[in-house]
Design a protein around this ligand. Structure first.
Ligand SMILES: Cc1ncc(COP(=O)(O)O)c(C=O)c1O
Length: 463
């Protein structure tokens, strides 16, 4: 394969003619559920590092990176080699022990804080994040004999039946009858627009409300089987939970003997600058669900790490054909080794701090940027209507569109998809980040109402 130029270059309209052909065939033959190519209309030929090339030869910086499943970018040569080496040996092993599975388990356990390593068990389930969420909910219902679950507004835990039910996204679930019963939603700290009042005290208020509801004999919420929470709500708009909230949540759940599940499907594997994001709050959850990045290069694998006290499944109580993808194990082992060897977590923290500084500059310079936030290399830019402060869905859509036309792929999330989400590979270079920021800055300039008042109308979109 020829090398891919390490800078964005777009020489056709988006989509170009070859991409258009495949997009049309896709629209004719695939279900209407297809998602990403609607906002990002390209057909992909290949990916190398932080870049992808479409069928028309356009090169884009890829800050979607398989929705976070490509922690070391595309086609990392050592990961390709590790998978290629495993391919002729064994690809599928159900849940039989194999050497590479054993190495994968050792690698995952070794990444936990020391005090947790010996008491956590690892459960393999179906390979998606939603599978792991379902498995964890079922495990804690089994272990506690209770049936209710507490989740948070703004959460996203996946699209399977149970994972969808504990997610906040109303549009996804309101057309589905017979949802999993007994799910109670509580406000999640969101300084910009918290249901209980914004600002820095948002975490404290959310915690007090939750604690009061759980302790109140007339509070309406029976003792739940588990609380499930993200340390940074990703799809919800890149909203990091404050430490006072997370630590308080751990205290309350301990005092009331409610198992605490942290969903690290998106944050796990180094995305926020520590292997798991909960580490930054000094807590120890009862269970962690992880997927995405732990498969190294988009290889399918998901796990539930849980305290051995909750090892309640009888043999066969949660089976699944795809619990032993040996290629995912090989990629995951190699990826964890590279992360350690190359000091990737330090790199994520350093570049994350640098990136947040640049984004803060965007917030100062552009009125439509209502907030910027993130942890490590999980970053978000919330676009607002400057006159009302309300989510600015159309500006975010226009930004995504203008950015891809200039060679940058970004995802949207949050309320009304008003948050531009950046998920660069964890080994992204400063140079690539700067290329991306240059594109974002130029697009923000054009989208800003001030710029249009000065006669610079938005180039390819109305806001
Ligand atoms: C926090 C979180 N949990 C669960 C999921 C679901 O993962 P999957 O899409 O692999 O089912 C996602 C997906 O984005 C996620 O961000």
């Amino acid at each position: 394969m020829t090398t891919l130029e390490q800078r964005p270059s777009v020489s056709t309209a988006i989509p170009g003619p070859s991409s258009s052909r495949l997009l049309e065939r896709q629209a004719q033959r695939e279900s209407s559920v297809r998602t990403y190519p609607r906002g990002l209309p390209i057909a992909i030929r290949r990916g190398v590092g932080s870049y992808v090339e479409d069928l028309d030869g356009n090169v884009f910086i890829d800050f979607l990176t398989g929705a976070g499943a490509m922690p070391l970018g595309h086609s990392h040569p050592e990961l390709v080699e590790a998978v290629a080496k495993q391919l002729p040996v064994l690809t599928h092993g159900l849940d039989f022990p194999t050497e590479i599975r054993d190495e994968f388990i050792a690698a995952q356990l070794s990444m936990l804080p020391e005090g947790m390593r010996s008491r956590m068990r690892i459960e393999f389930c179906g390979p998606s994040g939603a599978d792991a969420v379902d498995a964890a909910l079922k495990l804690f219902k089994t272990a506690t004999g209770r049936s209710d679950i507490i989740a948070f507004q703004g959460a996203f835990h996946g699209s399977s039946h149970a994972a969808m039910t504990v997610s906040g996204l109303v549009a996804q679930k309101e057309r589905v009858a017979g949802r999993v019963p007994g799910v109670h939603f509580f406000p999640y700290p969101y300084p910009l627009r918290c249901a209980l009042g914004g600002g820095a005290a948002s975490g404290q208020r959310c915690l007090e409300y939750l604690e009061h509801s759980l302790r109140d004999p007339l509070g309406g919420v029976p003792l739940p089987a588990a609380v499930i929470v993200e340390m940074v709500q990703g799809e919800g708009g890149v909203i990091p939970a404050s430490s006072d909230f997370v630590q308080g949540l751990r205290r309350v759940t301990r005092e009331l003997e409610i198992p605490l599940i942290v969903d690290e499907v998106q944050t796990g594997g180094g995305r926020t600058g520590t292997w798991f994001a909960f580490e930054q709050h000094g807590i120890e959850p009862d269970a962690i669900v992880a997927s995405k990045a732990i498969g190294g290069m988009g290889m399918p694998v998901a796990i539930v790490l849980h305290d051995e006290r909750f090892d309640a499944f009888a043999p066969g109580a949660h089976t699944g054909t795809f619990r032993g993808n040996q290629l995912a194990f090989a990629a995951g082992v190699a990826s964890a080794r590279i992360m350690r060897r190359d000091g990737i977590l330090d790199h994520v923290r350093d570049l994350g701090a640098y990136a947040l500084g640049v984004l803060e500059g965007f917030a100062r310079d552009h009125e439509i940027v209502g907030d910027v936030r993130g942890r490590g290399l999980m970053l978000g830019i919330e676009l607002v209507d400057p006159s009302t402060g309300e989510p600015n869905t159309s500006a975010a859509g226009a930004l995504q569109r203008c950015a891809i036309e200039r060679g940058l792929i970004v995802e949207l999330g949050g309320r009304g998809d008003c948050v531009v989400r950046l998920l660069p590979p964890l080994n992204v270079s400063r140079e690539t980040l700067d290329q991306a920021f240059e594109i974002l800055d130029s697009v923000l300039d054009e989208l800003s109402p001030v710029a249009s008042r000065n006669g610079h109308a938005p180039r390819s979109a109305t806001i």
